[in-house]
Design a protein around this ligand. Structure first.
Ligand code: ARG
Length: 279
């Protein structure tokens, strides 16, 4: 499945869904990054988010936006809103009461946009935050948010094999905080976020993966977005950026430290729409 280290692949144009952080705050704590006593500079969060959106547009990607809802400060983290594969939408069911209304809000957006295959989830799952779609398999995590039963639910619904991975470090509570897809068959990850068994699964499936350091993971460097050639990555993850450049990728550092106060980075703000019905 994995190829030896080599040059990056050709970029492919993507379609992303994003949600402006109009109502962003940190007023509750549902992960170790969040401290409600820390002051959040919302205009700065909005500026950083706009830079991310504009970067995607400049790379040739398409960006759709869902209207933010007052009282849902984490709605900016669109990756958690759903999982979309082959035009099928698997709705999110959030683990925390604070984020629960986001699930139906995102599903409504999909229905209004003309997606006909939308499913409400029976099991707790936080969308693309815990599911990473590759060409041959979907990698899925459990441990903090998404239930393992949701992995099977997604596998049945999407008709793609889903590989279950166990997260063990509370700082890396979603799969996309510890692992990202460089292309359809290559990944980068921080092994310390995974159980011993899951590390062995990853080693077996991806012997040539880019192994990231704790330093990179601590600044949410693994919460990156790649189109196969251009990689959008936290500015502080300098070591990871160097490794990516060595592999032939073009690195685009982004400053998102204001949103990191809620435990999110570039990937969290980005839900990939695979096969939009009107594309
Ligand atoms: N505060 C949010 C939460 O804890 C951050 C979500 C980040 N999203 C992600 N895809 N990792 O749920």
């Amino acid at each position: 499945m994995a190829r030896p280290d080599g040059p990056s692949t050709a970029p492919t144009r993507r379609h992303y869904l994003m949600c402006r952080p109009t109502y962003f705050t940190v007023e509750y704590a549902i992960n170790p990054w969040m401290d409600p006593d820390v002051v959040v500079d919302r205009p700065r969060a909005i500026r950083q988010w706009e830079e991310l959106r504009d970067l995607y547009l400049s790379l040739g990607h398409r960006v759709s936006e869902i209207a933010p809802i007052e009282g849902l400060p984490d709605m900016v983290f669109a990756a958690n809103g759903a999982l979309v594969v082959d035009g099928r939408v698997y709705g999110a069911r959030f683990a925390s009461a604070e984020r629960t209304p986001e699930g139906p809000a995102y599903l409504d957006w999909f229905r209004q946009e003309g997606y006909t295959e939308t499913s409400e989830a029976k099991y707790v799952n936080e969308g693309e935050g815990d599911f990473i779609t590759l060409d041959e398999v979907v990698l899925a995590a459990t441990g903090f948010r998404t239930e393992a039963a949701a992995h099977q639910e997604a596998e049945r619904l999407l008709g793609r094999p889903v590989v279950t991975l166990q997260l063990v470090d509370p700082r890396f509570y979603h799969l996309d905080t510890a692992l990202f897809a460089l292309s359809g068959d290559r990944i980068a990850y921080y092994p310390g976020a995974f159980s011993k068994g899951s590390r062995r699964v990853l080693e077996a499936l991806f012997p040539d993966a880019l192994i990231a350091t704790e330093e990179d993971a601590r600044v949410l460097g693994l919460n990156a977005v790649s189109d196969g050639h251009d990689v959008v990555v936290a500015a502080e993850a300098t070591r990871l950026a160097d490794r990516l450049r060595t592999l032939g990728f073009t690195v685009h550092p982004v400053e998102l430290d204001e949103l990191r106060k809620a435990g999110g980075g570039a990937k969290c703000c980005t839900l990939e729409l695979r096969d939009h019905p009107l594309a």
